[in-house]
Design a binder for this molecule. Sequence first.
Ligand SMILES: [Zn+2]
Ligand SMILES: [Zn+2]
Length: 213
Amino acid sequence: MKVTILYDNESRQRDLKADWGFSCIVEKEGRKILFDTGANGRILLNNMRGLGVSPESVDEIFISHDHWDHTGGFSEFTKERDGKIKVYIPSSCSSISGAGEIIRIDNFFEIHDKIYSTGELQNIEQSMAVKTEEGTVVITGCSHPGVQEILHAVRPLGKVKALVGGLHGFSQFELLKNLDLVCATHCTQYKAEIESSFPDKFIQGGAGTVIEL
Ligand SMILES: [Zn+2]
Ligand SMILES: [Zn+2]
């Protein structure tokens, strides 16, 4: 599987714009899921172009939570698809409209073979989990429910291999010790501390970061 960060507070390529927000493309067995849409649709589409991801190639959208820096690019993106796209949102999310099909998620749910939602945790956010041969890859928006709760929710899938996304004010670093890879990005407050605690497993985030697992 592959995660390509499209939108982030930082950028790794000169032609990609940095902006507060998060979006990435999750690819698994030929399926492309747009995870969140950043804050601004023009920046999202610009960065998609820069990374060679056409809007037409996206199969579905997964929205982690109803904050503007994750949903802001949604309507501009869906216009590119004349609204004909399926979107998975956490149940409490109210700002999403204009999609072909909206699927509200409450509980742990298998979206596709080996691709899961944690369900909406703490009435605010869902994370994505992708099962691979070597363990589960967890992708988060801001981790508002807390990393501990997110990791707990994916326990039925077995070993967690990687964590990618925003970790907000997360500071229980010992929870990461058994992971192989951590890409703590977007709103993560203690990026530098996580990197210095786990230099071997830390990957820099930012628009343009590609992680193949
Ligand atoms: Zn948030
Ligand atoms: Zn955020």
